[in-house]
Ligand binder design. Structure first.
Ligand code: CP3
Length: 660
């Protein structure tokens, strides 16, 4: 699975941190080629610097913007040759100092200067301007130093090429702007490694290029041109992944007609390398497939990009051999597979962006959107299985009870089922009514990478019945139990209605291309074992036996410690555990002839990455590397969960379990 580079050939163009970067690529399993593409040249006789010193000391400067740590230090070294540092520092303390990122902040601190303003991440020129704007607004009423830019004398310490957008934005606000080009980027003295790398790339001998600055992009293309290889180089990029450190670098790539395949959320070298490692195999396979079919991978939607399995160099039956399906069958796996319940949801920015435009139920009913969201979660997380984007309550709509998902309130059944008469009034469900889900499964399966299984799902009879009866979420399940205890005939009649509806729904998903199915019995833990065995188990058992053989079945519930043996006795392949039980003890109790899924408390994802790691390792230790463990949360991922923390979980599960 694409959690390491898996021997893919990676070219890095970084110069100053070349060693660090290539070390990281190697540790993540890449074959690295170092092609430093820049050299910093400090201008020792920078006339702008001399002039700056005079003006700063004479009090004719209002604001100094420091764009880089190296540049800030180089500037100070130059100025110190002709002026005492103490006087310079003193003068800097009197003006507004603005830093673009943490390295510039560190340089100023070394001199004993605390920057007046620091731009937040992602530390581009845009943040520099907006932090100045914000300070201007805050001080609009007072004559403070930072108020407005109109008529102010601003000096910008530049790096490499000038940043005309920043200078222009400052001038637009009325500032009088001067730039100090204290150092420039030149080509490296020894061009050999870069030229060799460009020849290799042009010959199709690289899989991934990693750019960490805009200047690298320009230098690389310049050298490719000088070698007379520009056309070959560009053509090869259609089958090569391009990683970019951040927005400015990406803009430079796009300006030169090169699409960006991956850009991390934060502009950190480690995030670029690790993020690329996580998705490289998948992105590369898709990029090459789309190149062959003439679809542009950088503009097409995920659904449009169809996987021709043969292009990806996979084994004969990559699905059957996937870690997830092997674990369902309790076979050995090279690492513990992981997926996350509710992995496609509101904690993902991409999901919220889509959802802002389309109501939830409509998203479910438009197969191309449901497929897009399903694929999005797999792309983003690098998990070992996809789960089709749908809901356990879709199946109740064709029963004729009315279903609504109200913003912020959760699902609502408009005409709840409370009596035997209500049960009699339910319509029979023709699976055709749910064919939009089957279409989404078909579409997803076509566009999903060929070694990632797709999970279909439904609500288990009890949990679906509880929504039908309560009309929505519930704490005590009072109406549900009342029907059970007062009118057992009506209860059993309701369950008998649900079983064929649910089995038709699941089998439709299997026919459309789902490799496994999960029954969500989220609320069954409110029952005693006795009630579970009398009122629920026979129906769940019939449902399970009506599912087409050949697709593993996962049976998940919460608060089920007392029900586990009964749940296992249905003969399912995998039991889903919540976090209230110890995975080790529960598995021992269930017996090792059933697989288990779980069971990190979803709330742990709000702790620090170190704590998440500790607790994830504890669960893996409890599983003791036995075949048949699928890592998951103990319940669905919560809406405000930081995505970074989910990624950290996926990484630690893959890395730690592979070592065991
Ligand atoms: O796991 C996935 O990524 C697949 C999609 C999926 C959804 N719901 C999408 C959804 C799955 C597997 C479900 C299952 C589901 N739905 C369960 C069982 C799992 C569990 O969490 O116990 C239950 C009880 C439901 C019913 C349901 N649907 C509720 C209670 C809510 C509202 C609360 C909430 O979590 O938002 C929904 C809405 C729902 N279902 C959303 C999603 C992504 C949020 C809709 C939105 O965008 O506002």
């Amino acid at each position: 699975m694409g959690r390491t580079f898996n021997q893919l050939r990676v070219v890095t163009f970084e110069s100053r941190f070349s060693g660090e970067m290539s070390g990281l690529v190697e540790r993540l399993g890449g074959q690295v080629r170092r092609a430093p593409s820049m050299r910093e040249v400090v201008d020792p006789h920078c006339p702008e610097a001399d002039q700056f010193a005079e003006e700063l000391l004479a009090g004719r400067v209002d604001m100094v913007v420091f764009l880089t740590g190296v540049g800030a230090r180089a500037l100070m070294t130059t100025l110190e040759k002709t002026h005492p540092r103490a006087a310079l520092v003193d003068a800097l303390r009197k003006v507004t100092t603005v830093t673009r990122g943490p390295k510039a902040v560190a340089a100023l601190r070394e001199w004993g200067v605390t920057p007046t303003l620091s731009a937040p991440e992602p530390n581009t020129w845009r943040e520099v301007v907006s932090v100045i704007d914000a300070a201007g607004r805050a001080n609009a009423e007072s004559p403070a130093r930072t108020a407005g830019l109109n008529g102010r004398r601003v000096v910008v310490q530049e790096y490499g090429e000038s940043n005309p957008e920043l200078l222009e934005a400052l001038r637009e606000r009325g500032a009088e702007v001067k730039a100090i080009p204290i150092y420039a980027w030149a080509l490296p003295e020894d061009l050999g490694p870069l030229q060799e790398a460009i020849r290799a790339i042009a010959a199709g001998e690289a899989d991934i290029l990693l750019f960490t600055s805009a200047q690298q992009v320009r230098n690389v293309l310049r050298v490719a041109g000088e070698l007379g290889l520009e056309n070959e180089f560009r053509a090869a990029l259609r089958r090569t992944l391009i990683g970019s450190i951040g927005p400015t670098c990406s803009a430079a790539l796009r300006q030169l007609g090169i699409g960006v395949d991956f850009e991390p959320d934060r502009g950190k070298m480690g995030d670029l390398v690790r993020g690329m490692a996580r998705s490289a195999e998948m992105l590369l396979c898709r990029k090459r497939a789309s190149d062959a079919s003439g679809v542009d991978v950088n503009t097409a939607s995920r659904v449009e990009l169809i996987w021709p399995a043969d292009l990806c160099g996979h084994r004969l039956d990559p699905l059957h051999d996937s870690a997830f399906l092997r674990a369902c069958r309790r076979e050995k796996t090279p690492y513990t597979p992981i997926w996350i319940m509710r992995q496609a949801g509101r904690y993902l920015r991409e999901y919220r962006d889509l959802r802002a435009k389309v109501p939830f139920l409509e998203m479910c009913k438009r197969p191309e959107l449901a497929a897009e969201v399903t694929l999005m979660a797999v792309d983003r997380l690098g998990v070992d299985a996809a789960i089709i984007f749908a809901d356990i309550l879709l199946v109740v709509e064709p029963l004729g009870v009315g279903l609504a998902f109200n913003e912020g309130e959760g699902p609502q059944i408009l005409r709840p089922v409370r009596t035997g008469k209500d049960v009699d009034g339910l319509k029979e469900v023709d699976p055709v009514a749910l064919s939009y889900v089957f279409d989404a499964v078909r579409m997803t399966r076509r566009a999903l990478r060929p070694d990632v299984p797709l999970i279909g799902f439904c609500g288990a009879p009890f949990t679906v019945a509880s929504y039908l009866i309560e009309g929505g979420a519930s704490r005590h399940f009072q109406n549900t139990k009342a029907l059970m205890y007062r009118d057992p005939g009506a209860w059993h009649a309701l369950m008998e209605r649900l079983v064929p509806a649910l089995s038709g729904y699941l089998n439709g998903q299997i026919d459309a291309g789902a490799q496994a199915v999960q029954l969500f019995d989220s609320w069954v833990g409110c029952l005693s074992e006795e009630d579970y065995r009398e009122f629920v188990l026979p129906h769940t058992d019939r449902l399970i036996h009506a599912i087409k053989p050949g697709s593993p079945i996962i049976y998940f519930g919460t608060d089920t410690s007392t029900l586990l043996a009964a749940m296992r006795d249905t003969g399912v392949d995998v039991i889903g555990l919540d976090w209230r039980v110890s995975l080790g003890r529960a598995w021992n109790y269930l017996g090792y002839d059933v697989a288990v899924q779980g069971n990190l408390d979803p709330v742990v994802l709000f702790a620090t990455p170190a704590e998440i790691e500790r607790r994830a390792k504890r669960i893996l230790d409890e599983a003791e590397g036995r075949p048949g463990h699928i890592f998951n949360l103990g319940h669905g991922v919560l809406p405000n969960t930081p995505v970074d923390h989910v990624l950290a979980l996926v990484d630690v599960v893959h890395e730690y379990s592979a070592r065991k």
